[in-house]
Design a protein around this ligand. Structure first.
Ligand SMILES: Cc1cc2nc3c(=O)[nH]c(=O)nc-3n(C[C@H](O)[C@H](O)[C@H](O)COP(=O)(O)OP(=O)(O)OC[C@H]3O[C@@H](n4cnc5c(N)ncnc54)[C@H](O)[C@@H]3O)c2cc1C
Length: 285
């Protein structure tokens, strides 16, 4: 069991872990790739570097983590839950900790399908592990095509009568359960007024559904936050001045929280979240 698991190995995540490790706590960083910095050609506005490329700055961060012997693994996080402790699920493993910092960068834009937003919480869900039970013996859909969608579908296959995976025009690339059915046509709109009734495909075919689980791309910061009941507004995780969410022991830092999307801010957030998670752990003892 770790004291703190940091989700994301960008500037916010690494900075948080540096403080946690130096406080002699047991920390694990899980990140799936280089995040925003990997896409950044030149950085000229970050303290101490007149000019540096994003990948170079990223490597400096990794070097710092390695020098402190911080455990850092490259896996994709697909789930987050909270019982007596936090459980982080990746495509390969499950990890436990007493606190979690979400630092997985800017949540991607949500998919724009007419009527989808209106039916959130009324048939449209972002968390299979939380809501699968409500769809026992029903027909449900999962919107997505990668490992995150596969994981959500996996939670549903043993509970629902049928699980249809809507890849919205893409080829399925996740490791899907053989029991799922794929529909590759794009979704035109979501059907239902007070509750979801189904979806209409671009060819005007209507498919009746009791539930539709959104699992596009990888699990974003807000997907993970919503799974655990943390407040999300305008696609950002709501935190207080301690970078603490409304869920005890759950912190968030960097681009996934409100404010400017800059490295300096991500590092500052990581510092606060790191220090506050240390205080939280010490209070538990
Ligand atoms: C093209 C471009 C140019 C930019 N130029 C500048 C600049 O000049 N100056 C500046 O200050 N800022 C710049 N930025 C912004 C800056 O890169 C970000 O503000 C900063 O990287 C945010 O840090 P972060 O740690 O919050 O997120 P990120 O750096 O995005 O890191 C997110 C981490 O989360 C991980 N992750 C995400 N989802 C999952 C998952 N499901 N499972 C596991 N891991 C996951 C990623 O792999 C990554 O490790 C630029 C951004 C872009 C895209």
């Amino acid at each position: 069991m770790y004291d703190v698991i940091v989700l994301g190995k960008g500037p916010a995540g690494i900075q948080a872990a540096v403080y946690i490790k130096r406080a002699n706590l047991n920390v694990l960083i899980i990140g799936k790739d280089g995040g925003a910095l990997a896409k950044t050609d030149k950085v000229g506005n970050y303290y101490g570097f007149t000019q540096i490329s994003g990948p170079e700055l990223l490597e400096e961060g990794y070097k710092h983590a390695r020098a402190l012997n911080i455990e850092m693994i490259e896996e994709e996080v697909t789930g987050l839950s909270f019982g007596l402790e936090y459980t982080v699920t990746t495509t390969q493993n499950t990890y436990q900790s007493k606190a979690v910092i979400i630092a997985t960068g800017s949540p991607r834009a949500t998919v724009r399908i007419p009527n989808l937003k209106e039916l959130e919480g009324r048939g449209v869900s972002y968390c299979a592990i939380c809501d699968a039970f409500f769809y026992r013996k029903k027909i449900v859909g999962v919107l997505g095509h990668g490992d995150y969608a596969a994981q959500e579908a996996h939670e549903l296959v043993n509970v629902a009568d049928e699980v249809i995976v809507f890849t919205n025009g893409l080829e399925p690339i996740g490791h899907f359960d053989p029991k799922v059915r794929f529909v590759k046509d794009r979704i035109k709109n979501v059907v239902g007024q007070d509750r979801l009734q189904g979806i209409t495909l671009e060819n005007d075919q209507v498919i009746e559904l009791s539930g539709l689980f959104i699992a596009l791309g990888s699990a974003s910061a807000t997907d993970l936050a919503l799974k655990i009941g943390a407040l999300v507004e305008n696609n950002k995780i709501i935190v207080d001045e301690k970078k603490q969410t409304n869920v005890p022991g759950l912190f968030a830092a960097g681009d996934c929280t409100p404010g400017v999307m800059q490295i300096a801010k991500a590092v500052g957030d990581g510092c606060v979240a790191g220090l506050e998670s240390i205080a939280y752990i010490r209070n538990l003892k």
